[in-house]
Write a protein that binds this ligand. Structure first.
Ligand SMILES: C[S@@+](CC[C@H](N)C(=O)[O-])C[C@H]1O[C@@H](n2cnc3c(N)ncnc32)[C@H](O)[C@@H]1O
Length: 272
């Protein structure tokens, strides 16, 4: 069998699972990564990998194929102004009616966890100043099992903490381990639940949430997939709940169910 047909097979699989399209011009990249996976799984070459894969893709092979195509770039307090908007605008608005026992937040493509812990630290800091802010729970999900395990472990290198984490917060919320890595303290982790979830598949009942962070993941999707995912996110939001997208993302042409809110330089969306 020609390698081209094998590459098409895997490109189609990745597209159906993740919505991420490998055009033929990038097949050399796909082939290179499939060769690595073949070696990791003990096959001689990608033909061996394909012969097993065509009978069904499960377990470690599935996990490696999904990891191959996803970009996990993230950092602490990425696009900092949105975290100020969270504590200064979104949360005060959500609790303004009073009597809210808890705030529910979802980080829908949490990658290695920097986003989730940044949310938790921002709210914990805000709670020091405003005792009306109730208990909060964060649901963190990602399609990649590998990256989700990293998020749950909450262990970061010096280089990773230097990307966006202020020293004051690092010393307050992290401990240093024997390997000179920074480990998130249990108290800040305790309100966070981690779960594997593909935004393109049916999620079942996971909400409702007051705020959903879905940042820097829709960018890789077709317009149809973006619309579908946004409709599903909408259903998971409480009335008046907030949707936060990446700094370069917008709802333009995708949904009219939200009003755009601006706070400082941050832009986010409120369910109408
Ligand atoms: C570029 S990272 C963004 C991380 C974080 N939200 C941020 O903005 O810093 C994109 C993440 O989306 C995840 N992802 C890609 N496709 C997905 C899908 N269909 N469902 C859920 N997560 C997905 C990837 O595994 C990756 O961790």
């Amino acid at each position: 069998m020609e390698n081209l047909e094998i590459l098409k097979f895997f490109a189609n699989y990745i597209q159906s699972e993740l919505g991420i399209v490998y055009v033929e011009a990038n097949y050399f990249q796909l082939e290179h990564r499939l060769k690595d996976i073949s070696v990791q799984l003990g096959y001689q070459d990608i033909v061996g990998l394909y012969q097993t894969a065509r009978n069904g893709i499960f377990g470690q092979m599935k996990s490696l194929l999904l990891d191959l195509a996803t970009n996990n770039e993230t950092s602490f307090f990425r696009d900092q102004s949105i975290f100020k908007a969270l504590s200064e605008s979104m949360i005060p608005d959500i609790i303004k009616g009073g009597k809210k026992p808890s705030i529910q937040i979802w980080s829908a493509a949490s990658s290695s966890g920097q986003e989730v812990y940044s949310i938790a630290m921002e709210i914990d800091q805000a709670k020091q100043l405003n005792s009306d802010i109730p208990y909060f729970r964060i649901f963190a999900s990602d399609v990649s099992e590998t990256i989700l395990k990293r998020a749950e472990a909450g262990i970061y290198s010096q280089l990773e903490v230097q990307r966006g984490l202020p020293t004051k917060l690092m010393l307050h919320y992290f401990d240093k381990n024997e390997e000179d890595k920074w480990v998130v303290k249990p108290f800040i982790k305790s309100g966070i639940t981690f779960q594997k979830l593909n935004l393109l598949h049916n999620w079942g009942s996971i909400g409702p949430f007051d705020i959903i962070f879905c940042r820097n993941v829709l960018i890789y999707q077709s317009v149809e997939n973006k619309i579908k995912i946004i409709q599903e996110l909408l259903k998971q939001l409480n009335p008046g709940g907030y949707l936060v997208l990446g700094a370069a993302e917008s709802l333009f042409g995708l949904s009219q169910d939200f009003e755009q809110i601006v706070h400082g330089t941050a832009v986010f969306f409120r369910k109408k």
